[in-house]
Write a protein that binds this ligand. Structure first.
Ligand SMILES: [Zn+2]
Length: 346
């Protein structure tokens, strides 16, 4: 599939898209869920292709919404909730919009576009947004701190389990991801202390160029989103790799985020999105914990689930990125891309 992808992206999908064929086929299950991670704010540059790859430019976001309105029915999250809870099938060619993490640009940049296009989105935020000092996503800050200097300090070394894979020493992103996994085993306070120590070793830190790019929503801003009629879902307390957490810590991360967000927005939080949301980070245990916490459904961040039985706790989503073209978006949403991927075993 890796070798076929450029051909699909640059030739096959544009041809199918412009012929209108992709808009005549129905997503598997009749509906699709599109996932975002926020927009690139106008004051943010330069772009880091790895860190910013999950974000979308505002003008691309608006074009995607206009495409969806022309060819699908964009459902209100509360109507999606009713369908999940009652087991009622959704109308064919329905789309739910979601957005993970709760970066402040979801309020400043994304919400105005959603409101002007008159569509709704389900925002998944972490427990960090239940305080007025939310900071940034710890694993994005870790990436930046490790770019300043590798983690060579003896008191920053994290315990290694016997079956931990050894990352390629020349691959920065592999080393970073291995560190994210190991740090996910720490409880929230220990991880915050470890990050503070790492920060202290790297001072003076570079300036925080774009607050809208990096900072998470504060409690005041989260309440403002909820007042604007936005549906809020939970995304754990601290965004760890859940599969690396012990059972009690994983349960706490999931349950406590529901409790604290419900207190913050003063309404039920019925949906959950697994952090990172791929088969390496989510298993049947996490799906069981989300169900046990009282959520009505939970979302992955992959187009089809290979973990456990298909259920309301393993809902696939179409992941959009900085490089997603409109024909690609149409091919993924229609289910054509996933069907093709499965057909060739990719
Ligand atoms: Zn996330």
């Amino acid at each position: 599939m890796r070798f076929v992808s450029p051909l699909l992206k640059h030739a096959v999908y544009p041809a199918l898209h412009h012929s209108g064929w992709l808009n005549r086929i129905t997503p598997p299950g009749g509906y699709g869920v599109v996932n975002y991670h926020g927009l690139i704010p106008s004051d943010h540059s330069p772009l880091d292709p790895f860190l910013d790859g999950n974000l979308v430019r505002p003008e691309v976001f608006r074009k995607q919404l206009q495409f969806l309105k022309a060819h699908y029915t964009v459902i209100h999250p509360e109507d999606f909730r009713v369908a999940m809870e009652s087991g009622t099938p959704l109308p064919s060619r329905t789309v739910l919009l979601t957005c993970d993490d709760g970066l402040v640009n979801t309020l400043t940049d994304m919400l105005p576009v959603l409101l002007s296009e008159n569509v709704r989105c389900l925002f998944f935020v972490t427990g960090a947004s239940c305080s007025n000092n939310p900071g940034m996503l710890w694993y994005e800050e870790l990436y930046q701190l490790m770019q300043i200097r590798p983690l060579s300090e003896p008191d920053l070394q994290l315990p290694v389990a016997p079956d931990d894979p050894i990352p390629d020493p020349y691959n920065f992103q592999a080393i970073w991801w291995s560190t994210v996994q190991k740090a996910s085993r720490l409880d929230a306070k220990s991880r915050a202390d470890w990050m503070a120590l790492m920060r202290s070793y790297r001072e003076p830190l570079p300036a925080f160029h774009s607050e809208k790019r990096w900072r998470l929503l504060s409690l005041t801003e989260l309440k403002q989103l909820a007042r604007d009629g936005v549906s809020i879902g939970a995304h754990t307390m601290t965004h760890p790799v859940l599969s690396m957490c012990n059972h009690e810590f994983a349960r706490h991360e999931i349950c406590q985020s529901k409790i604290e967000l419900e207190r913050a927005v003063e309404s039920p939080v019925w949906a959950f999105a697994y952090p990172f949301g791929n088969p390496a980070t989510v298993g049947e245990r996490e799906m069981h914990l989300a169900r046990e916490a009282g959520f009505s459904c939970a979302f992955l961040n992959v187009e089809y689930s290979t973990v456990g039985p298909q259920s309301a706790f393993s809902l696939p989503r179409i992941h959009t990125s900085l490089r997603t073209t409109l024909p690609e978006f149409a091919a993924h949403l229609s289910g054509f891309h996933a069907r093709l991927q499965r057909a060739v075993g990719g």
